[in-house]
Every structure is written in C-alpha cells, then in structure tokens.
Design a protein around this ligand. Structure first.
Ligand code: C5P
Length: 320
C-alpha cells in the first residue's frame, strides 16, 4: 500500500518495489530484447505539467500501418488496411472519453454508468463486459489488442463477440530500430496472418495495426522524462491507449490506471490471478508510465482514491 500512496503523490522509485519485481526489472534490462538504445536526453529536472503536455502533443503522432512501406507494400498491404486512416475515422473527434483498464480494482467500483456516459469508451485485450456491466459499463468504441490476442487460439479472436462492432487497434513490438523487415519476419507473436485473414472476412470493420514508430515514440517520451533507467520494453497497452485517446478526445477520463483504495494484487477484474506486477510493472515500464500520467492529471485526489480516476486534457484542448 505504501507504494500506491507514494504513486498518488507522484514520488516513487523502483527501489520501493518488492525484491521479486526489482529482480524481474533488472533481468529485462539485461536482456534488452528489443535492442533499445536511448539517444535522446533525459530532462535533468521535472518539466511542468504544461510543458510535459506540450511535449506529448508535439512529439507523438498516432500512426498505423498504411501498407506503403516495404515489406508491406510489396505484399499488397495497401489493399488490406482500411481505406480511411485512423486520424480521419472520427473527423469531429470526441468530447469526452473513458479509458477503462482491466485492473482488479475495477471490481465493485460501480463505475459502469459513469463510464457509459462518455462519448467514446476504450477497452483492452480480452477484458469482458458480460457479468461486469455494473462496474465497467457496456459500451465499447475502440478495443486495443496486443498480438497475443490474434495469435493465441485461446482468445478466440475470430469468433468472440468482444472483437465485433468495435474499432480494433492491434500492436506488437518491433525492434527499437523500427526495421519493418525484421519485424515482419519475427514479430513477438504473429499478428500479420490473422490480421489479413480477419480483414478479408470483415472488410467494413475499422481494424488497424499501430506503427511501431508510435510505440517507441511513447517509450522515448517516458525515458526522456524519467531520471531512472526504465525497462527497455514497450509501454503497456494502457499507456498506448491513453495517449491514443488524448489525440482523439477533448478530455480523457482514465479508470483504475492510477489505482484507487480498492487496489489489491488482483491482476484483472475478470480473473482470479494475483500479481503485483500487473499494477506496478515488470516487463512494461508501467510504474514510470503511471508517474507521468499522474503528473498531467487535472482531476482531484478524491477522484483518484475513490474511483481510480484521472482526468487528462486531449491534445485539442491544450495550447502550446
Ligand atoms: O493486462 P492488460 O494489458 O490486458 O490490461 C490492460 C491495461 O490496463 C494494462 O496494459 C495496464 O496499463 C492496465 N492495468 C493496470 N493494472 C492492472 C491491470 C491492468 O494498470 N492491475
């Protein structure tokens, strides 16, 4: 609990994590699976909230595969991807949006009505609604899915209703160098084949693959604004989704990313699996992502503690 209250105050270091998480973090640093090499500079002092927001707005560009770069162009991907690019999909944007994490603390939150009152709702991976509407709502506008959802048959990507009638945004970590050839040959999980197959079957459904440039822009932003060395792995789907919604919405309400008083080690609201890494990170630089999000929160401490809610301005609402 003390780590969580330190996170609320925006003042926490990986040194405060339990020894098992610290060891896991260290092992990921040493492995450096994605060959990350930070060329930017780390801010020696904390940027103000306003400057940090402007850095986000100026440095990040949500981008998806459009099929024009090799090897995708050679493979005919211009025909596979949606005709309308993601930045034109919602031409008038959204006024207010909800980002619903899958954290265990969503359970018994009674946030469902509030979540559904937003114009657009973003959810993650295989997070279910059925049986949990009171706590998580029943509206989904966009679902972000990692490559495991497409590649692992256990998730029933082709048949589950979770992935129907929503905009889908998939991602997989390419090497930090963003060599698309290497990525295509050796993704973490093969999302390319199931993507093309699904697009053929459901050509009218908006379904994008995030460009790995965007994934690593997010990483650079986190490391550039963190004094500690962060894990050399992509940010969590949660952080990807938050920044994506900041580019689509005037205001973004994020639920149970910065945990409420309900927080336990329960990983997901829909599974009886307990692991502190789900909230604080081991593979993903989750702790540092959360510290950044906490720094740009314009909501109240009460909202955080009772609802696990932070309120963030969309990029359209900030002047730089
Ligand atoms: O586990 P999964 O990635 O599907 O969860 C969606 C997102 O919700 C995570 O990427 C993370 O940002 C957030 N999350 C969290 N705390 C948890 C579980 C998930 O912050 N206990």
């Amino acid at each position: 609990k003390s780590v969580i209250s330190k996170l609320w105050k925006g003042n926490v270091s990986s040194k405060m994590l339990n020894p098992r998480l610290q060891k896991a973090m260290k092992d990921y640093m040493n492995a450096n699976k994605h060959h990350v090499y930070f060329r930017g500079k780390r801010s020696s002092k904390k940027l103000s909230r306003e400057k940090l927001l402007c850095e986000m707005k100026n440095q990040l560009k949500v981008r998806t595969l459009d099929g024009t770069e090799t090897p995708f162009s050679t493979l005919g991907w211009e025909k596979h991807v949606p005709k309308v690019s993601i930045d034109k999909l919602y031409p008038s944007g959204f006024r207010s949006c909800a980002v619903v994490t899958s954290a265990g603390a969503m359970l018994n939150s009674s946030l469902g009505k509030e979540i559904d009152s937003h114009e657009a709702v973003l959810r993650f991976n295989a997070a279910p609604l059925e049986g949990y509407q009171k706590d998580v709502g029943n509206k989904t506008t966009i679902r972000i899915i990692n490559s495991q959802i497409l590649a692992n048959p256990n998730y029933r990507f082709n048949t589950s209703t979770l992935y129907k009638d929503v905009t889908l945004v998939a991602w997989d970590p390419a090497p930090y160098s963003v060599n698309l050839h290497k990525w295509y040959k050796n993704p973490d999980y093969n999302l390319f084949t199931p993507y093309v197959e699904y697009r053929r079957k459901h050509p009218a459904q908006p379904f994008y693959i995030l460009h790995p440039k965007f994934i690593w822009q997010l990483w650079d932003l986190i490391q550039g604004n963190t004094l500690e060395t962060i894990q050399p792995n992509p940010s969590s789907s949660g952080f990807i989704g938050i920044l994506m919604m900041m580019s689509l919405c005037d205001e973004v309400h994020v639920y149970e990313y910065i945990p409420s008083l309900r927080q336990t080690d329960l990983c997901h609201y829909h599974e009886r699996y307990y692991d502190a890494a789900c909230t604080l990170g081991a593979y993903h630089p989750l702790l540092y992502e959360k510290l950044l999000v906490q720094r740009i929160n314009k909501g109240t401490d009460i909202d955080v503690q009772k609802k696990g809610k932070v309120i963030l301005p969309g990029f359209s609402a900030i002047k730089c």
